[in-house]
Design a binder for this molecule. Structure first.
Ligand SMILES: [Ca+2]
Ligand SMILES: [Ca+2]
Ligand SMILES: [Ca+2]
Length: 506
């Protein structure tokens, strides 16, 4: 018992020491952000704040023992702040009178963070689906039994140098997955696609702001994707008009489309269930909604939301934005890993170092870069020393009719869904990540004793080397290309927790 208390004290000290450091980093990043942010991360009108004495929503609005009220916060921030809602982990969301550039919001947050009694405060930055991939319809070919379009899914196979996929056919001889595994897809929601029938467990819509949610309400128990189309400049920052992406449906199909059902495409895992956690809408999604959705996906408590009856062992995040890993994201990630769930994140599609993209740059996640069909770095893929592994993201600019992209489930609706159960090629690290989340779910079925950190180590040591002459190498693209057969046919290393936990989780 005494030992336990000592440990708690050490953790508390670590938190006190770490917070000022991360704020200093934010200051540094604030300068960096202004150049990149104009491209990628829109302004925000929200701040996340947490107090040393976790305050309940009622007491928050009253005078507290530290004398912090909305009025004093507004005075110190030198801006009129409104209360929005409590968050998971006893943090709170505050609203600014209007959206401001991230650097300006960071400056306000830093003033709040310096107040006595405030543990941290930071911008509630928008995250986006990793790029809007070019949609390429593919021509059906009348071949093969099982899934009609499986022959088009080169990204599941492996032919050295010509189809550098994740080598699933040999892996499926060992394990096609377990129905007791749940893989969460934190994305734009999901459609009632014929090739996803029976593949899901009940998800949730975590988008608080009805305009972003585009479904007429805030949070609700229906994660259906109503469409994320935009007319030009309607999101409060400059952008072109865009059609609905159905991004979450494509990602879900890669992880677990109904397989060997004579229809459409195959999924990486034939049996695991898909948990749709809707966090991205019309203009992207707030970090505050994403981290609440992440915690809920892993079975952790989020106030105001019913408990998740089907906690996920794997979380896929094909999303991100420029900037450092926020305290809110890292705290959630640490808790989720400690709870036993593995987090897979797309590295980003800007062909720059992934260290400037969050949550790809957060500690403890599996960060995934993308390779093309021949095993080169996909032209768009981010890279760098923080990348864990590479997986096929495809390239729709090569091949016949985009056939070097990743084939999965979609819809033809440009605004609302047409519910026509189509299949398209997309490209992106958004498409590479669900290959890895799917392979992780197969690893869990084959080696259920592994912890998230052991899974990361196992995945990294069972990759295939990049083909000779590849533009990817182990210093910029992780350890290699994920290989499901190697992962399922290699005995994993199992460590004593005490040997590695303190060095991996900050
Ligand atoms: Ca909603
Ligand atoms: Ca909804
Ligand atoms: Ca199918």
């Amino acid at each position: 018992m005494k030992k336990h208390l000592f440990l708690l004290t050490v953790i508390a000290i670590l938190i006190l020491v770490v917070v000022p450091t991360s704020l200093a980093k934010q200051d540094q990043k604030g300068g960096l952000l202004t150049s990149q942010a104009q491209l990628d991360t829109p302004p925000t009108n929200q701040i996340i704040i947490k107090f040393e004495n976790a305050l309940e929503i009622n007491s928050f609005l009253e005078t507290t023992e530290k004398g912090i009220t909305l009025t004093t916060l507004s005075q110190v921030g030198n801006v009129s702040l409104q209360y929005v809602r409590p968050m998971s982990n006893n943090a709170h969301v505050l609203q600014l009178p209007e959206a401001m550039p991230l650097a300006d919001v960071a400056a306000i947050a830093n003033r709040l963070a310096a107040m006595e009694g405030v543990l941290y405060a930071e911008p509630d930055a928008y995250r986006q689906i990793i790029d809007r991939p070019e949609k390429v319809l593919f021509a059906p070919t009348a071949t093969t039994p099982n899934d009609t379009f499986f022959p088009q899914q080169w990204h599941y196979g492996y032919v050295a140098g010509s189809s550098e996929g994740v080598n699933l056919e040999a892996a499926w001889d060992i394990n096609i997955g377990s129905a007791s595994t749940v893989v969460a897809v934190l994305d734009t929601g999901i459609l009632n696609h014929a090739d996803l029938a029976g593949r899901t467990v009940p998800g949730y819509d975590f988008i608080s702001e009805p305009f972003i949610g585009n479904d007429g309400n805030g949070r609700d128990a229906d994660p259906s994707d109503p469409g994320d189309w935009r007319i030009a400049n309607e999101c409060g920052f400059p952008h072109a008009a865009q059609n609905s992406s159905w991004h979450g449906t494509h990602v879900a199909g890669t992880i677990g489309a109904a397989t060997n059902n004579g229809l459409g495409v195959a999924g990486v895992n034939w049996n695991a269930k898909i948990l749709s956690v809707r966090v991205l809408g019309k203009c992207g999604g707030f970090t505050s909604d994403i981290v609440d959705g992440m915690r809920w996906a892993a079975g952790l408590t989020v106030s105001g939301v019913p408990a998740n009856a089907n906690p996920a062992q794997v979380l896929n995040l094909s999303l991100g934005g420029t900037g450092s890993c926020s305290t809110s994201e890292q705290n959630a990630i640490n808790e989720i890993i400690a709870a036993g769930s593995t987090i897979v994140v797309a590295a980003g599609n800007s062909n720059v170092d992934a260290s400037g993209f969050s949550p790809a740059n957060c500690g403890g996640v599996i960060t995934v870069a993308a390779n093309d069909r021949t095993g080169d770095k996909a032209s768009y893929s981010n890279f760098g020393s923080i990348v864990s592994v590479t997986a096929p993201g495809g390239d729709t600019n090569t091949g016949t009719g985009g056939s070097d992209g990743v084939a999965s489930t979609l819809d033809s609706g440009t605004t609302s869904p047409n519910n026509d159960d189509i299949y398209v090629y997309y490209q992106g690290t958004s498409m590479a990540a669900p290959h890895v989340a799917g392979v992780v779910s197969l690893i869990i079925a084959e080696f259920p004793m592994l912890t998230p950190i052991e899974i990361l180590i196992h995945l990294q040591r069972t990759v295939r080397p990049f083909p000779s002459g590849s533009s990817c190498n182990s210093s910029i693209c992780g350890t290699g290309i994920v290989d499901a057969f190697n992962a399922l046919s290699t005995a994993p290393l199992v460590f004593d927790e005490f040997l590695y936990l303190p060095t991996v989780i900050r």
